[in-house]
Design a protein around this ligand. Structure first.
Ligand SMILES: [Zn+2]
Length: 327
């Protein structure tokens, strides 16, 4: 599979001229790509920490500091996962604990780069790069949304700009998109057809969630859908196309519902055990249910959208068979 992008970098599919790496179908390439993912994960930690802060940029300051003692970290404190292990999850200067989320994000970076490599057809360097970068962005969106109930524009709006560019350069992204295929001459999806699928996916993804939010606000008078979710799904739709959007939304809703119910059960349990401690059990079950419903509802939706987009991006062929009505 030759795309314009690959042609820029490689002598031909699988030739390995890209960045002078070994051919893509070798295990050695997979190892190098996964280790690259570890270091990208390290950078994602910086993004997760700095994107929501108005006065911090990803590039300034260039070196990371300990948030407690403000000491600049040396190179040996910046080695993914290993530094955290060898320092026993402590800052070397002030002994402040370093959260396990830092190595977790690094391992996730490694995992999505590895998965992208396993998924990309041999020689499809463009697909490999786009998939790896998009999944990295989804990791950032997920953790910032868990922390702050917002999705950084750098990911959502950045993704909305990146999707058309990526689709134009790597039409193979939309090789099975219905819009792209309907425009493709002789079944070969070119840049124009891929771009059409990209815009259709963005419109469907963003438009659907916007409509859900609008209906929700009319029915219940509350903002049911954050605009960050709308932008994230629009960006994601640009990479996975219209069929991908349908699959991603189904995954997101199902998984979010499961976690939403578990979250309500957790609050119910907390309220009930507090009632038992205070000997106010007779106040009853209804009280507990009411509290659980109010507090259990507040879950960010972005991480589930990110999960849906990510799964479809990695394994769209198998996921699409799960869709009802043979979509
Ligand atoms: Zn410190």
């Amino acid at each position: 599979m030759t795309t314009p992008f690959v042609a820029l970098w490689a002598d031909g599919p699988g030739s390995g001229a890209f960045l002078a790496l070994p051919p893509m179908d070798t295990a050695f390439f997979g190892v190098i790509w996964s280790i690259l993912g570890l270091f990208v994960g390290s950078f994602l930690n910086v993004c997760i920490y700095r994107f929501p802060e108005e006065d911090l940029s990803v590039f300034r300051p260039a070196r990371s500091h300990c948030p407690k003692c403000d000491r600049q970290l040396t190179w040996s404190e910046n080695i993914p996962v290993l530094s955290w292990l060898f320092q026993r999850a402590q800052c070397r200067g002030c002994k402040a604990p370093i959260h396990w989320r830092y190595p977790l994000v690094e391992l996730l970076g490694c995992a999505v780069f590895y998965a992208s490599w396993r998924m990309a057809p041999t020689g499809a360097y463009g697909v490999l790069i786009v998939s790896s970068v998009v999944l990295a962005g989804l990791i950032v969106a997920t953790f910032v949304d868990f922390d702050r109930y917002e999705i950084p524009d750098q990911v959502s709006i950045g993704g909305m700009w990146a999707a058309p560019v990526a689709s134009w350069l790597v039409p193979a992204l939309h090789a099975s998109g219905p819009v792209a295929l309907s425009m493709a001459a002789g079944g070969q999806v070119d840049s124009v057809a891929a771009l059409a699928e990209c815009f259709a996916g963005m419109a469907l993804g963003g438009g659907f969630l916007y409509a859900v939010g609008w209906i929700g606000s009319k029915l219940y008078g509350v903002d049911a859908m954050g605009f960050g979710d709308v932008k994230l799904m629009a960006a994601g739709g640009g990479f996975i196309g219209v069929k991908g959007v349908a699959a991603a939304l189904i995954i997101a809703v199902v998984v979010a519902s499961v976690f939403g119910i578990l979250n309500m059960l957790r609050f119910y349990h907390v309220v009930r055990s507090r009632q038992r401690r205070r000997k106010t059990v007779n106040r009853g079950v209804m009280d507990a249910i009411r509290t659980a419903r109010i507090f259990g509802r507040y879950l960010p939706f972005g991480p589930y959208l990110a999960l849906g987009i990510g799964i479809v991006l990695l394994d769209w062929k198998d996921v699409l068979t799960l869709l009802p009505f043979g979509l």
